[in-house]
Write a protein that binds this ligand. Structure first.
Ligand code: FAD
Length: 377
């Protein structure tokens, strides 16, 4: 494992830092966190700036180390995160880049990089979450089209998306992992109904999606028919490997803010709280080193992150929840004020141990793939 940065990487860092210092003061004010159309416009505007400055494809084409530097520097500078472009940039885009045909890459990737088109992820169903391979949304071939019917749930950003990376069952008679295909579905296709779901924090960030005989061209299938499970594993390994690294930097910044707030309001005098913040600081330091180790491993193995991403996701999601619990102690009654970012972030942190694979599932992956323990029943 080599954690040192080369001269070229340090130069990349310096150039990026200078660009961020020049461009961030010119950004418009951030939109209301509950207004998704406004958030889409803001996030896409930021993506367009990254594109025009030559940083748009950092999540795909740059080396894992450059990606790490990019995420570290943008977060330290307080730049916007990928936001509504999460699926396009970190799930569907890398999957199409790795598994799509030349024509598919040409059609779908440039608009994602320019911030022109937003994607959502239609994987989970009411009866298929952790056991994703049991999904039932069916696609029946009719000439050059699939006719798709079924229901998806927890589809993040569906309300503002142009495209959906959709998992469908194309062979109901095959073993469950072998009868699945990966399709790109236009969200404005007849038969698609999106019903937003409201979170505890009041945000309609995800939705139920009902599909009633939606016609999708066969040419929108990425990978072979019935090979969608393997294609999906490419997507999920990206998600668990590098999708969260910017957030560790964010946590370390938030912890600094919390320690300052504690000093100001006197809660710092409580030795139990100080120990708690100290332990969290060590935890995020360790997570940052783990991130570097995972990136270094991905670099050595050709870019696709391995099961180390599950170790990271497991620890990170619990540590971040603990950070917000500590924040509630520091902020006292203010922690209940829904007008504060801290409060909204604390509420949404409850989802971290569920989204992108629950903690139990991450433990199963660690047990089987890293520790070599037998598969659970
Ligand atoms: C904020 C957020 C955003 C999301 N965005 C999307 C999205 O954009 N697109 C999408 O498709 N999905 C999305 N999801 C859905 C997410 O992927 C699922 O919620 C997750 O996979 C868990 O599935 P489930 O909710 O059906 O729970 P279940 O799978 O029903 O699990 C229920 C409980 O059983 C446990 N469990 C299940 N199987 C096992 C096992 N084998 N061993 C031990 N314990 C087990 C789980 O850990 C959990 O505690 C999102 C979820 C959240 C919270």
């Amino acid at each position: 494992m080599d954690l040192a940065y080369s001269a070229e990487e340090e130069e990349f860092r310096a150039r990026l830092r200078a660009w961020l210092a020049a461009v961030l003061p010119t950004l418009p004010p951030r939109p209301d966190p509950l207004d998704w159309p406004a958030r889409r416009a803001y996030d896409c505007g930021w993506q367009r700036r990254l594109h025009d400055a030559g940083y748009a494809d950092v999540h795909w084409d740059a080396s894992p180390t450059q990606r790490l530097i990019f995420l570290e520097e943008t977060e330290l500078a307080g730049a916007p995160y990928v936001g509504a472009n999460f699926v396009g940039l970190l799930h569907a885009g890398p999957t199409i880049a790795a598994e799509g045909t030349a024509a598919q890459r040409e059609r779908w990737l440039p608009p994602v990089l320019r911030g022109d088109e937003v994607w959502c992820q239609g994987f989970s169903e009411p009866e298929a979450g952790s056991d994703l391979a049991s999904l039932r949304t069916k696609a029946v071939r009719d000439g050059d089209e699939y006719v798709v019917s079924g229901q998806k749930i927890w589809t993040s950003h569906a309300e503002v998306a142009d495209w959906c990376e959709l998992l469908v069952r194309t062979d109901p008679t095959a073993p469950k992992h072998r009868g699945i295909s990966w399709l790109a579905m236009p969200m404005d296709a007849p038969g698609v109904t999106v019903r937003p779901l409201r979170t505890l924090a009041g945000s309609t960030e995800f939705a139920e999606m009902f599909l009633d005989e939606v016609r999708i061209p066969v040419g929108n299938r990425v990978g072979d028919e019935n090979d969608g499970w393997r294609v999906t594993m490419v997507t999920l390994s990206f998600e668990r490997g590098t999708a969260f690294v910017g957030e560790v930097v964010a946590c370390r910044r938030l912890l600094g803010e919390l320690a300052r707030a504690a000093r100001e309001n006197g809660t710092w005098d409580d030795p139990v709280l100080r120990r708690r913040l100290g332990r969290l600081s060590a935890e995020f330091q360790a997570l940052w080193r783990l991130t570097q180790a995972n990136v270094s491993e991905a670099q050595a193995t050709g870019g696709v992150p391995g099961a180390g991403g599950s170790v990271f996701k497991l620890h990170y999601s619990h540590a971040r929840q603990e950070l917000y619990e500590a924040a509630a102690t520091v902020l006292g009654p203010d922690a209940l004020d829904l007008g504060r970012d801290w409060t909204l972030d604390r509420l949404s942190s409850l989802s971290y141990t569920i989204a992108a694979g629950t903690s139990q599932i991450q433990r199963n992956i660690v047990a089987e793939r890293i520790l070599g323990l037998p598969k659970g029943r």
